[in-house]
Write a protein that binds this ligand. Structure first.
Ligand code: ADE
Ligand code: ZN
Length: 321
């Protein structure tokens, strides 16, 4: 009997809550908030989920997020995600949220953070999910804007444990955000950043050396730089790899080309994650299943990847494993 990938306990360290907005919930929230979506129905929206690159996806992702207006909307979104976690035996999560995507449209920071943390805290109470929330800065905006986002979130400092960096990568190097990351680290927040998804290996070096990250999100393009790979091996720097996302966003042509198992066998601290599960064809179990199907992942490799996901949790969290 092959290992049951769904029943295997696992942690998710790289997912964007806004990326868990399934079309059905998007339509429901649009109706609730009196918003007209530019798609007639759920099926036509889903059929638009074909992306040539990261930017093509982000355009739809930001448009979809516009239905999120109230604290209850963020609660419903997060509740749907944690329900999936329960179904898939994901016992620890460190989700991202993008406050600037919402505050830029006039949604109060309080509504965003309170809605998200209400659902996370309930899942903790109800069935023992452990979690740490990560506030991401949008890298296509300025460092000043990131500083303002951090200011606005500080009244809720006890609701999040880290800061991250996401959105369009190419042309927006991590070094642009060195000051706001330094301030966040001074506040006791952990730093992570997307680097080496579409951007070059130099962005991974910058995330390490200029942002002081404790984990690199994606990082797959680090494989192009031998001395970077050696450093990541030596430091056992966790890399939160997102297989279905990388294929959907054409980082690789097919799962058969994905390097995640080679990375694992080279002794890199890789983990498997869903990134934006509503847009990329699945949650954590589906990502593991795609590795078995497309790359012949063994049960032993699956277990090692799951163990890595717990080992790579942010320091200081009580992790349920
Ligand atoms: N925001 C949501 N998903 C993202 C990704 N894969 N890369 C960068 N920013 C994102
Ligand atoms: Zn991501």
């Amino acid at each position: 009997m092959p290992l049951d990938l769904n029943a295997m306990p696992k942690a998710e360290l790289h997912m964007h809550l806004e990326g868990a907005l399934e079309p059905e919930l998007m339509f429901k929230l649009a109706r609730r908030n009196g918003i007209e979506l530019p798609f007639p129905d759920v099926d036509s929206l889903r059929s638009a989920y074909s992306f040539g690159n990261l930017q093509a996806f982000l355009n739809l992702f930001f448009q979809g997020a516009e239905v999120l207006r109230t604290e209850d909307d963020f609660y419903d979104l997060t509740r749907a995600y944690v329900a999936k976690c329960r179904d898939q035996n994901v016992t620890h999560v460190e989700p991202f949220f993008d406050p600037q995507t919402h505050t830029g449209r006039g949604v109060p920071m309080a509504a965003v953070i309170r809605g998200i943390t209400r659902a996370l805290a309930e899942a903790h109470e109800d069935w023992g999910l452990s979690y740490g929330l990560i506030l991401c800065f949008l890298r296509h905006l300025s460092e000043d804007a990131a500083q303002h986002a951090l200011d606005a979130a500080l009244p809720f400092r006890d609701h999040f444990v880290g800061v991250g960096l996401d959105s369009s990568e190419s042309g927006f190097p991590p070094s642009k955000f060195r000051n706001v990351f330094a301030r966040a680290r001074d506040l006791g927040l952990h730093a992570v950043a997307h680097a080496g998804e579409e951007g070059p290996p130099s962005y991974v070096w910058e995330a390490l050396d200029e942002l002081g990250v404790v984990r690199v999100d994606h990082g797959v393009r680090a494989m192009e730089d031998r001395s970077l790979v050696q450093r990541l091996q030596r430091e056992q720097m966790p890399l939160t790899v997102c297989p279905l996302s990388n294929v959907r966003l054409k980082v690789y042509d097919s799962m058969a080309q994905h390097p995640v198992l080679d990375m694992l066998e080279q002794g890199l601290k890789v983990t498997v994650n869903s990134d934006d599960p509503a847009y990329f064809g699945g949650y954590l179990t589906e990502n593991f299943a795609a590795l078995r199907e497309g790359l012949g992942m063994s049960d032993e490799q699956a277990v090692r990847l799951a163990e890595n996901s717990f080992d790579a949790a942010l320091p200081g969290l009580a992790v349920n494993r």
